[in-house]
Design a protein around this ligand. Structure first.
Ligand code: ADP
Ligand code: NI
Length: 222
């Protein structure tokens, strides 16, 4: 990466840090920083355009549909505008913006059409941070900030068919594991991420098994 591009990455980092530092724990600057580090780790092993990957990792949640009233295209539009302002060339700005458009999970039954290696890497990095011990912590932080119950017996998970259905669903946080988090291991797009996901997946399975054991104590879940 040349000096000019390196400086753009640093400027974007400062901009994003400043914007996200006070966000709730599931989507704060530290989530973005972890995704950025994971994406660089994956790029070292899987290849792909480093500059595009670094910038897309930093900007992947810049305007999230969960927080902007359901506008799925806003993030990629803002990304392109910002990068051009920061002095990045048109071609790379468009590439980063396309990656940002593809990263988000849109529902259990919604088909995914991710072809660029750079998109696969940033998506895998974002998803690795959604599972494991951090995944558990983030889910309950998000649930808490949205006033959701930890768990409601008999309220079954729904495997959403459309992204709108997924976005508008209101359930308890344990259901989020079935509606998204347990599905991510098999949806990793790179070999390196698939490997890392295995251990993180097991951590979540153990957590949920223990959760039920305590919830239904001294009985067991029906
Ligand atoms: P995506 O764009 O794929 O949704 P994000 O990085 O924006 O990915 O964050 C998704 C994370 O937000 C989830 O992994 C989870 O931690 C949290 N989250 C989102 N929806 C819910 C929910 N309904 N219940 C609990 N946590 C949620
Ligand atoms: Ni994210």
């Amino acid at each position: 990466m040349n000096n000019h591009d390196g400086q753009i990455v640093e400027k974007v980092k400062e901009f994003v840090k400043d914007k996200f530092i006070d966000f709730e724990g599931s989507h704060d600057w530290y989530h973005i920083e972890r995704v950025y580090n994971l994406a660089k780790y994956l790029q070292e092993r899987e290849g792909g355009h480093l500059l595009v990957i670094e910038l897309a990792a930093l900007l992947h949640d810049i305007s999230d549909h969960k927080y902007n009233g359901g506008n799925w295209d806003e993030g990629s539009r803002i990304t392109k505008e910002l990068l051009l302002q920061f002095g990045l060339d048109e071609d790379n700005s468009t590439k980063v913006s396309n990656v940002v458009a593809q990263v988000s999970f849109k529902g259990a039954k919604v088909e995914e059409d991710v072809v660029m290696l750079e998109s696969k890497i940033v998506q895998d990095a974002d998803r690795l941070d959604a599972i494991g011990a951090i995944g558990v912590a983030r889910a309950f932080s998000f649930g808490g900030s949205n006033n959701r119950h930890l768990y409601v017996p008999d309220l079954e998970p729904v495997l959403h068919q459309t992204k709108e259905e997924y976005l508008n669903s209101v359930s308890h946080t344990v259901n989020h594991f079935y509606e998204k988090l347990f599905l991510l291991k098999d949806r990793m797009k790179t070999k390196t991420a698939r490997k890392i996901a295995e251990e993180r997946h097991e951590v979540m399975e153990k957590f949920i098994a223990q959760f039920y054991a305590e919830w239904f104590f001294p009985f067991s879940k029906k």
